[in-house]
Design a protein around this ligand. Structure first.
Ligand code: TXE
Length: 495
């Protein structure tokens, strides 16, 4: 049986447990809408407690049946075959991601699916090349002890991912987890079930043993998400999503003292100094504010601009925002898709109203665009820029997760650093300047997990990635991923 089937125009998406696509027997299912049009796209089986139990037990059995002890070179080879197979089925993944999210085809190709390949290949390399710590310890009487650490898989890992970059974030976690010899139970967002289901097909095709990769579909509270994160059989949770949900999951996992790795929200700042190359900064800001319709945890929602270039930057950014092309996601000239859902649009539009009430001047956008009858049912909003707000306003403090930014002037470097760091979040920052010393100086003082100078979203997957404050706990990427997805045992041998 296949994971996704077509019945008329609506696909049926099943859970995938122990190498089988399980149909719900009289169970619940939910409709997945196309965010660009509002049409029903798929009917998704919702996993109940029993099925989540089955998934966790199957994962455990797969570990015990030998997956946990597979030589790392075999696991790395399997990851590379998975990357090759995704490459062969590239356009299927692109189509599935577009249908679920409404994101433009160019982005699905160049970012989402491209990064899935890179995630598998990078973590195959990182795991295969990893060494172990060892120390020669001096003891009394001239004797010595050899200490070394062996790293064992963490075990059954719960992987909970959001809807904004579904395949990218899923593979960012699944690739290192499998490379380290874990078994995973994945709960994709209820908004984006398709690529996790397709990945099951690929992993089966390249010979991953049954039970190592399981997918359970559903929601959070009183559904698959909660059944999974509260399950006594899981050994750790890796989660990307909102800070509120992260905090909730952490509380339930804390009862059984399991490790967590959380990448949560952001309210990221960009600082633009007056010595900057204006065009370069505007190109960078256009990406960092509007990429993926502002639905990236790393997107900029606060832009601090040195006063004497403020008007020029504001006018330039408005001009670029107004040339973005909203439209059919499969059209190659489309730059900007819809928001993920009507519910999310209601939240973003609520902030449009709040901005006005707070005295903002809306430079562009602030409404719902008319894109014609075909797209009238989609969750579209206009790219939006405000001035006249300050760090005291909720619009500048809370994560909106839409194609929006507040532009705020500053006079001195110290003031800009203070404004940028004045947030409970701490995921990313971008500094735009032609003064290299200033770039390093300011970037280092950002209270964030990643601080860019004259770029945005440039990623080195071997670097540690994560956030401070409300933006998360722990780091993934390179060795940080190997550390999270393994448990070390220190062996001490007296020589
Ligand atoms: O996220 P949730 P939502 C932010 C963004 C957005 C807001 C809400 O501001 O507007 O969060 O989005 C699962 N136990 N980000 O509601 O709820 C859920 O099913 C276990 C930032 O979609 O955090 C989904 O798979 N799991 C962000 C995942 O958690 C639970 C990306 C994320 O959903 C659960 C997405 C529970 N009790 C939203 N409740 C980023 N940092 O990139 C929910 N889930």
């Amino acid at each position: 049986m296949v994971g996704t089937m077509t019945t008329s125009a609506v696909r049926v998406i099943h859970n995938y447990v122990n190498g089988e696509y399980t149909e719900t027997h009289g169970g619940r299912s939910f409709a997945k809408m196309n965010p660009a049009t509002g049409e029903v796209l798929a009917d998704v089986d919702e996993a109940d407690q029993q099925l989540v139990d089955h998934a966790v037990m199957s994962a455990r059995r797969a570990l015990d049946n030998g997956w946990a002890n597979t030589p790392v070179r075999e696991r790395a080879a399997l990851l590379r075959r998975a990357a090759d197979r995704i490459e062969e089925r590239f356009e299927e993944f692109v189509a599935a991601e577009i249908a679920d999210t409404g994101k433009p085809i160019t982005q699905a190709r160049e970012l989402d699916v491209a990064r899935a390949l890179i995630n598998f290949r990078t973590f195959a390399d990182v795991a295969a090349a990893a060494g172990q710590e060892s120390f020669l310890t001096d003891l009394a009487g001239g004797r010595q002890a050899l200490n070394y650490a062996i790293r064992k898989p963490l075990g059954v890992v719960a992987v909970i991912v959001p809807w904004n970059l579904p395949l990218l974030l899923l593979t960012w976690k699944v690739a290192p987890a499998l490379a380290c010899g874990n078994a995973v139970v994945v709960k994709p967002s209820e908004e984006t079930p398709s690529t996790a289901a397709l990945l099951a097909e690929v992993l089966e095709e390249v010979g991953l043993p049954a039970g190592v990769y399981n997918v359970v579909h559903g929601f959070g509270a009183d559904s698959a998400g909660e059944f999974l994160t509260t399950h006594p059989g899981i050994d750790g949770v890796t989660f990307t999503g909102s800070s509120a949900t992260g905090s909730h999951v952490m509380k339930s996992v804390a009862q059984r003292v399991r490790p967590v790795s959380f990448e949560l929200g952001g309210k990221n700042a960009a600082i633009v100094f007056d010595d900057v190359d204006i065009d370069e900064a505007l190109n960078g800001l256009t990406k960092s504010v509007f990429a993926n319709t502002g639905q990236v945890c790393l997107c900029t929602e606060r832009v601090y601009v040195q006063r004497n270039v403020f008007d020029e930057i504001a006018a330039g950014l408005v001009e670029r925002a107004e040339t973005l092309r909203l439209g059919n996601p499969t059209d190659e000239s489309t730059t900007t898709g819809p928001l993920i859902s009507q519910a999310h649009r209601a939240k973003v539009v609520g902030y449009f109203a709040l901005a006005e009430q707070s005295g903002a001047r809306t430079l562009t956008g602030g409404g719902i665009p008319d894109l014609g009858p075909d797209l009238a049912g989609g969750s579209w909003v206009e790219p939006t820029l405000w001035t006249g707000l300050s760090n005291a306003d909720r619009v500048v403090r809370e994560e909106i997760f839409g194609p929006v930014a507040a532009l705020i002037p500053f006079d001195t470097e110290e003031e800009a650093i203070g404004l940028a760091n004045d947030t409970q979040y701490g995921l990313a920052a971008a500094v735009w300047t032609n003064d290299l010393r200033r770039g390093h100086r300011v970037a280092q003082r950002m209270r964030v997990g990643i601080s860019w100078v004259n770029t945005w979203f440039t990623r080195e997957l071997r670097s540690p990635f994560g956030g401070v404050g409300l933006s998360g706990i722990g780091r993934e990427g390179g060795d940080s991923s190997l550390h999270f997805y393994t448990q070390p045992t220190n062996v001490c041998v007296q020589l």
